[in-house]
Design a protein around this ligand. Structure first.
Ligand SMILES: NC(=O)c1ccc[n+]([C@@H]2O[C@H](COP(=O)([O-])OP(=O)(O)OC[C@H]3O[C@@H](n4cnc5c(N)ncnc54)[C@H](O)[C@@H]3O)[C@@H](O)[C@H]2O)c1
Ligand SMILES: N/C(=C\C=C\C=O)C(=O)O
Length: 491
């Protein structure tokens, strides 16, 4: 039983890989070269129906009542099995995204293992809420909450960190006894499909994990979110799509968890260690070619160190190595698609029309014939823009940031919070009292001080405003993926 036969990436429904329908396929392109390397079977509404029915049956036949310790043990087996098949997952993620092999190993696949292990620990250690209440007349009452699985959960994920973001939801959802129907991004079908093999190998019952491939509207994504058999939706993607999914789910008032877009700010004070700040900012602007929801696209720098930061960051950007994904020296891959590159290039145009000065980048790199067909773009930095410009207000989701000077702490806080998003921020200063103060003043879900994307998987992850609804991570995930029944007993 394998995810791919020859060229096809298949749907995994009710415990089996479904024979593809030649008439319902779409090409999967390698973003590094532009070459087609597989075809993906697009699930129709009847196959989505079968996936939801299979999930429901898995719940009813016992998966929902599996003891916590057995679910935790299964998650740990899944982590071990992903480690055993580590390089297969790395190869699949690279083929789908074109990302550098070093990142696929150290971030994407490593975090998938960590996600399963973390939620095995969290669910095994979770207690239940209970209260003993003293009543008049010396009597008492006992309140206790019993948490049950949400049920059949639709998991819809994006293309930027495909396996990391998928397992960030699959691990806690399974830990809590739910059954899942996954709709991976059409851009990155491979690792969600390979995960189906692993979960079957470690004993997850048929139907508890399903993968349906396709697009959003009028395709598998919308068939799933509008399906009457779905008990909840966890969605990671753009804010616009999240808003659409919210409308689709609204008539049936199902719980939703949204991890959406961002326009994240970094604030650099004049007392920073320049080398430390430049290392951290290079990571936060250019990791995954800027295709991380947490990436910095606005860098506010205290005026006296503005030139040092601007010149230093431009120099670091120029040293990034854009090359074949399988080359260990490569630091930076392509964007996910030509379509996304056109979107990013559109913002390059808008910024220059608004008077941006291009410190570095601003175009398409010439990388030789093998990569000429890929969706490559130059890491880019701008000065000369303001918070009024579209390139500073709208999420670009590429290797690009605007550097803007400030004078006072109050001004920096106001500039950083002047956004419709609210996902993440970073504060760079050696004055830790100021670091705490400014981080707490950020209207975001997550604020880092002198670091970026450093994660404890037990902490709440998510955003405010256009960046999302709800939190996942640690107990926050257990609360979303379960429904409590509070029992009150008169003693
Ligand atoms: N907050 C986070 O944790 C986080 C993490 C990663 C990416 N993102 C965001 O995701 C975006 C990039 O990913 P993307 O381009 O895949 O986002 P997207 O919104 O275009 O697609 C996300 C997923 O939703 C599906 N989809 C699209 N339309 C749908 C519909 N009408 N109904 C159901 N499903 C639908 C897509 O097929 C894909 O699987 C960026 O905005 C980025 O900020 C956020
Ligand atoms: N959800 C997480 C990362 C999101 C990255 C966005 O692109 C995580 O680290 O758990």
């Amino acid at each position: 039983m394998t995810a791919e036969t020859g060229r096809w990436i298949r749907n995994f429904v009710d415990g089996v890989f479904v024979e593809p329908d030649e008439d319902r396929g779409f090409d999967k392109v390698d973003p590094a070269t532009g070459l087609v390397f597989a075809r993906v079977h697009e699930a129709d509404s009847s196959l989505v129906d079968r996936a939801v029915a299979g999930a429901r049956r898995a719940l009813d036949e016992g998966w929902a009542r599996t003891p916590v310790r057995e679910r935790a043990a299964l998650l740990r087996r899944a982590a071990d099995r992903i480690e055993e098949r580590f390089e297969e997952f790395v190869a699949a993620e690279i083929a789908d995204t074109g990302k550098p092999v070093t990142q696929a190993r150290e971030l994407d696949v490593a975090r998938a293992v960590a996600n399963f292990r973390s939620f095995a620990d969290v669910v095994a250690a979770a207690g239940q809420e209970s209260f003993l209440t003293d009543l008049a007349g010396g009597r008492q009452s006992l309140n206790y909450a019993v948490r049950k699985p949400l049920g059949v959960v639709a998991v819809i994920v994006p293309w930027n960190l495909p396996l990391l973001l998928l397992t960030w939801k699959v691990a806690p959802a399974l830990a809590c006894g739910n059954a899942i129907v996954v709709k991976p991004s059409e851009e990155t079908p491979a690792t969600a499909t390979l995960l189906a093999e692993v979960l079957a190998e470690v004993g997850l019952p048929a139907g508890a994990y399903n993968v349906v491939h396709g697009f959003g509207g009028d395709s598998a994504g919308e068939y799933l979110t509008s399906h009457p058999g779905i008990d909840g939706v966890t969605f990671t993607g753009s804010s616009a799509t999240g808003s659409h999914v919210m409308k689709t789910v609204a008539p049936r008032v199902r719980p939703v968890s949204f991890e959406l877009g961002g326009k994240n700010a970094a604030i650099v004070f004049d007392d920073v260690d320049l080398d430390e700040a430049l290392t951290g900012l290079t990571k936060s602007v250019f990791t995954n070619t800027g295709q991380v929801c947490l990436c910095t696209e606005r860098v506010y720098v205290q005026r006296s160190v503005f030139a040092d930061i601007a010149d230093g960051l431009a120099e670091r950007a120029r040293r990034l190595r854009l090359d074949r994904p399988t080359d260990e020296r490569t630091t930076t891959g392509p964007l996910i698609s030509q379509q996304h590159r056109n979107k990013v290039l559109g913002y390059f145009e808008l910024a220059e029309q608004a008077g941006a000065k291009v410190l570095t980048g601003g175009g398409i790199p010439q990388l030789g014939p093998e990569l000429a067909g890929g969706s490559w773009i130059e890491p880019t930095l701008w000065t000369g823009l303001t918070n009024a410009d579209r390139a500073v207000r709208e999420e670009i989701f590429g290797p690009v940031a605007a550097l803007i000077p400030f004078d006072t702490e109050a001004e920096a806080i106001a500039l950083a919070n002047d956004t419709d998003y609210g996902l993440a921020a970073s504060v760079w200063t050696n004055d830790l009292r100021r670091g705490h103060r400014v981080a707490q003043a950020m209207n975001v879900g997550m604020a880092w001080v002198n670091t970026w994307f450093l994660r404890d998987l037990r902490s709440p992850f998510g955003g405010v405003g256009l960046s999302g609804i709800g939190r996942e991570g640690g107990a926050s995930s257990l609360h979303f993926y379960t429904e409590p029944t509070n029992v009150c007993v008169q003693l």
